[in-house]
Design a protein around this ligand. Structure first.
Ligand code: SF4
Length: 97
């Protein structure tokens, strides 16, 4: 659309790291299978969106932006490291809890 509007180049900057894991804490994200960054490299994503360049904010830069100096914030959607044990809904249903 941007090119159709006359842009000669498209440089895409994303204000967070690539989202590689779903959120289980309330943000409605797709499954890992549906998350493009979970399955493709930045270069592959750049080609997919047909941008001339693509860059994401690094995790370190995000942490500095939110003044996180003691790693207490959740970054699971960017790292795949969840701060809590994940519980399977199917397993809960099977146990009647
Ligand atoms: S940082 Fe944690 S709580 Fe926030 S969207 Fe990502 S996984 Fe969910």
């Amino acid at each position: 659309m941007v090119r159709q509007a006359g842009a000669k180049e498209v440089h895409l900057r994303v204000s967070c790291p690539p989202t590689i894991s779903p959120c289980f804490y309330g943000v409605d994200t797709p499954t890992r299978k549906e998350l493009i960054a979970a399955n493709q490299s930045v270069e592959e994503i750049r080609k997919f969106v047909e941008a001339d360049s693509l860059s994401y904010l690094s995790l370190g830069s995000l942490r500095r932006a939110v003044s996180d100096t003691d790693a207490n914030y959740c970054y699971a959607c960017y790292t795949g490291n969840y701060p809590t044990e994940l519980i399977s809904v199917d397993m809960l249903m099977a146990t009647g809890r």
